[in-house]
Each structure stands twice: as C-alpha cells, then as structure tokens.
Design a protein around this ligand. Structure first.
Ligand code: NI
Length: 383
C-alpha cells in the first residue's frame, strides 16, 4: 500500500472520481465501470468476492482474525441527463451524466477500501465492500441481495452526498431518512361522443379533473400533521381533437411516504378516491401501482454509534431533514440493521440537475468516516 498520508489519499480519490465522472454508464450497463473497479482494487491487492452479478462487484477486506461481517455500499450508475457543468472532466458520453454523484460515492468507497486494507490484519472481522449497480432504477439492491452478498452480514452502511450540507458535515438520524417512492398509473374509461352532445358520452377528462382535485385532499385530510406524504400527478393524456369527447384518459405520478403505515393508508385512500369519484361521474377508473423501494429507515442504535464515530474524527454531525427522494438502500435495511447517512458536499445544485457537482474535499472525509465506522462496528459487534 502506498497511501502514506491523507494528502495522497485525497489525490488518488480525486483521480478515481474524475475518471468515473467522465465515463458514466446507465443502470445495469456499468460494464466498463465494473472493469475499472476490478483493476483498481486488484492494483491495491484487495480481493474480489465471487458473487454472480452482471455489473457491479463485491470486494472484501479483513477476516484474518475471524469475527463478524459488515457491509459498506456505494452505488455506481449514472442518469440519462446531458451534463451542463462545463467541468474539465465532464461526461464524455452524450446524454449520460453522473448527476446524482454516484461517481463520488464509488470513489469514497474505494478510499475506505484502501484505508481498511492498510490495517487489514488488525480488523476484528470482515468488511464487505458492495459496488452496487442500477440504484437509479431501484433494481440493484435486490440484485445484490439475490446474489447472496448480504448473507452473514450483521450491519450495513451506505451514504449519499448532500449538496445542501457543508463539507465536513455528516447528516445522521435514526428512523426514516429517505422516502418510499411509489408510482401510479390511473386509467379513466368513459365513452366518447360529439363534443356538442356531451350527454351522449361519459367525459373522462372532466372525471380526471375531479379525481385529481379530490386526490389533493388525502394528504391534508387523511395524514396526521405529524406524518408526511407527497402525491404528485405529473402527466395527463387524453383526447384527439377539439370537437370530440374522448373515450379515455390516463394520468400518472408518484407517491412519497416515510412509513409503511402511512404508505398503506395513503394507497388505500388513493384507490377509494379514484374508483369512487370516477364512478360518481359515470366512468370506470382503475389504479395500477408501480411499487418502488420502501422508506430508508435507520436503526437508532447504529445512528448513535455512527454519530460518535463522526464526532471522534472532528466532523460536525447534524440531524438532517428526511429527503422525499427514494433510495434502494432501503432493501438492505429491511434485511439487516444499519444506517444510511448524508455526506456534506457543498454542491451548487440538487441531485439530478444537469449542473450538479460535489466538492471533492469531501472524498477523503467520506472515506475516513467509512473506515472509522467500519472499525467501530466490527469492534462493537465482537464485544
Ligand atoms: Ni443517488
């Protein structure tokens, strides 16, 4: 190992991150990314574990003294967005960009791997490093779990960069930190007619308008003031001509919630409103759900230990507001306790923006924090 100093580590992580940033790949197409990760890990003598994944990979450090297994995960995929940062290491792939900073997460995990490798013989257990594909499609976590990579793991940790937290800050909280992200598609079947003779038809556009308005009452009337939920209708399609009443309308959108209880309640009310209001206007309205990942729910005891580990490194720990975005790390936390935390990156834009960026000073901070968290976790499970 030739990581003698933090300065050297930082330099290396910047190089990794810039290479990944310039060469982004979409979900489940991360072949070159997987290959370069394999090369970089091999260069540092870090062993690759054998799990059947098409893209993404799992590596391991430690285990020389037996002990428990913990996992640290980074996501590696990019988004179908045209980059507009103007950075010298901007994406070389038209229409594809690391606009959520998964390049950053990958570099942080590589940094943690290097730091843990340096003290491998003294680790009181095994650290499994999960480079996960296809987070943006909420598919990768399930693929990793199906590969068996979470078997035997007693605690799991993951991170997301956070543009609105300053560098040097870690956002940690017990309980929900990111939302369940469900999609819906509503079909409203009416009966077409001449626009001048509406009484001969059943107008699906008027019915949709009433349904969509009534849906706005769910968050205000069926969700406690102490809980939260978001319902957004984002698309509505119907009709072919100005003088024809259409025979059907379709609208879709998303539902965000932070607990299974609220999620179930909102979904039940949603269906009642759609079917009931649709029927009141003579149409047949049905809901199709596209279930996304559940809420990311952190284990309070691990959150407390993680906060202590961050403070021991001199980092500022804040309790962040939960994000209404979704994250498939939720699936790991359904299997194994752990935490998902936010790493402050002082970014100019929020996630998924074409000018998204992250302050590279946070790279080695994230790596050092992952290292401290892993070492403390192995120790506290062993005790
Ligand atoms: Ni992301």
């Amino acid at each position: 190992m030739n990581i003698q100093s933090e300065g050297k580590l930082q330099e290396r992580l910047v190089a990794y991150r810039r290479h990944l940033h310039a060469n982004p790949e979409l979900s489940n197409e991360e072949f070159a990314t997987t290959e370069i990760l394999r090369t970089w890990l091999a260069e540092s003598d870090i062993r690759i574990a054998d799990y059947p994944l098409r893209t993404g990979l799992v590596a391991e450090v430690g285990g020389y003294r037996g002990g428990p297994i913990i996992a640290i995960r980074a996501d590696i995929d990019a988004l179908p967005i045209q980059e507009e940062t103007g950075l010298p290491f901007a994406s070389k792939v038209p229409g594809v960009m690391h606009a959520c900073g998964h390049d950053f997460h990958t570099a942080v995990l590589l940094g943690a791997a290097l730091l843990l490798k340096r003290r491998e013989r003294e680790l009181e257990g095994t650290v499994r490093l999960i480079f996960q594909p296809a987070e943006e499609k909420a598919k990768g976590a399930s693929q990793v779990i199906a590969s068996g990579a979470l078997e035997g793991v007693q605690a799991v940790f993951g991170l997301h960069n956070k543009p609105n937290l300053p560098v040097g800050t870690i956002g940690i909280k017990g309980g929900p930190i990111m939302a369940a992200a469900d999609g819906f598609v509503v079909d409203v079947e009416g009966r077409g007619s001449h626009a001048a003779v509406p009484e001969a038809g059943l107008d699906p556009i008027v019915a949709s308008a009433h349904i969509i308005t009534a849906l706005q009452s769910i968050v205000s009337r069926n969700v406690s003031a102490l809980d939260s939920a978001v319902i957004s209708v984002t698309r509505l399609n119907s009709g072919t001509a100005w003088n024809v009443i259409a025979d059907k309308a379709v609208f879709d959108g998303t539902l965000r919630t932070f607990s299974e209880q609220v999620r179930d309640r909102v979904r039940t009310r949603f269906e009642q409103v759609v079917v009931g209001v649709g029927a009141a206007l003579g149409t047949k309205a049905t809901v199709k759900w596209i279930s996304g990942p559940p809420a990311v729910v952190n284990d309070p005891a691990w959150a407390e230990r993680a906060a202590k580990a961050a403070e021991s490194l001199g980092l500022t720990v804040v309790e962040p507001a939960p994000s209404p975005a979704g994250e498939d790390f939720a699936f790991y936390l359904q299997e194994t306790p752990g935490i998902f935390f936010f790493l402050g990156t002082s970014g100019p834009q929020e996630w998924h923006h074409p000018a998204f960026d992250a302050d590279e000073r946070a790279l080695s901070i994230g790596a050092l924090f992952f290292e401290a968290l892993a070492v403390n976790a192995l120790r506290s499970i062993t005790v």
